[in-house]
Design a protein around this ligand. Structure first.
Ligand SMILES: Nc1ncnc2c1ncn2[C@@H]1O[C@H](COP(=O)(O)OP(=O)(O)O)[C@@H](O)[C@H]1O
Ligand SMILES: [Mg+2]
Length: 289
């Protein structure tokens, strides 16, 4: 079981979109996945539309045992092999900073339970943690529980500074709580390929973070919103724009699973540059809406 945390410093940059895109790619590859919705807004839960559960992730974090987990997990409308650990507004109260260290470990403990004895029988290959939009306690507990962390950013003016801060947070959690944590990469979302400003920001990100920046960005496409609105995995949304994005998520999933094996995408920049798997491909500029 590999656990990836999808995070960013800000809201609205596409964490949930990316978490769902990875789940969709996993489904297409026959990889059994669980999406844990750590955001009190519950957008991932809304898009995956599981049947009502009488417990949520908030209960799991209070009591990380198998019974509560089993009550808080349900299959998505997508497939029986994509399940949801459902989010809830009550998570907001658990996001505040506090001295209570053991709270940081409760998600990690819950995931250990999942690995040892998956509540609905079949084990998960992949757990995707959809984080809330801050580096608060919930995101930290995701980093404590994760094997890898995927940073999502838009190609805007503050992207480098934001990614830097998030990578520092990853490094801190790695030093203090989770020495196996890897940065799977920085994924740029909502790229407008014809925008010079966006191309400039991507170049800036590459200059700062080298091979950590994913070779392909997710373009800004209406198909993403349409598929989410229809509670459909992007891989099953039949428009040329959706298919192109689906292929990008296949690549993102492959990279996440690779970071598990080799552990070579470390967050130390020099090391990353030295350990890159190949040349960084230019962003495609021929994409059409
Ligand atoms: N690449 C994209 N193209 C078009 N719309 C997008 C894209 N990425 C995200 N969106 C839309 O932007 C909004 C915010 O995205 P979301 O994934 O919910 O962000 P976050 O989880 O970081 O808050 C959603 O309505 C989503 O459908
Ligand atoms: Mg979200």
């Amino acid at each position: 079981m590999h656990t990836v945390a999808v995070l960013s410093l800000k809201g609205g940059v596409g964490k949930t979109t990316v978490a769902l895109g990875i789940a969709s790619a996993a489904m297409r590859r026959g990889i059994r996945a669980l999406v844990a919705d750590l955001d009190p807004q519950g957008n991932a839960t809304a898009s995956l539309d599981p049947p009502f559960t009488d417990a949520t992730l908030a209960d799991v974090l209070e009591t990380p045992d198998r019974d509560v987990l089993a009550r808080a997990i349900a299959p998505s409308v997508w497939s029986e092999d994509v399940e949801v650990l459902v989010g809830a507004e009550e998570l907001e109260a658990l996001n505040e900073p506090g001295p209570d260290e053991h709270r940081l470990m409760s998600l990690s403990r819950a995931l250990d339970e999942l690995q040892d004895a998956p509540p609905h029988g079949k084990p998960y290959d992949l757990v995707i943690l959809d984080c809330p939009p801050s580096l608060g306690r919930l995101t930290k507990s995701a980093l404590v529980a994760a094997d890898s962390a995927l940073l999502v950013t838009e190609p805007t003016m503050y992207a480098v500074a934001g990614a830097q801060r998030a990578l520092e947070a990853i490094e801190q959690i790695r030093d203090e709580h989770n020495q196996d944590l890897r940065a799977a990469g920085v994924l740029v979302n909502r790229l407008r390929p014809r925008s010079h400003e966006h191309q400039f920001r991507i170049a800036e990100l590459r200059e700062s973070f080298g091979a950590l920046v994913m070779p392909t960005a997710i373009p800004d496409r209406l198909a993403i919103q349409q598929a989410q609105g229809a509670c459909s995995p992007i891989h099953e949304w039949h428009s040329p724009g959706a298919q192109e994005i689906a292929l990008t998520f296949n690549m993102v999933l492959a990279k996440i699973l690779r970071s598990n094996r080799a552990g070579r995408h470390r967050i130390d920049r020099d090391e990353t540059a030295a350990e890159t798997t190949g040349p960084i491909e230019p962003i495609r500029t021929d994409a059409r809406r």
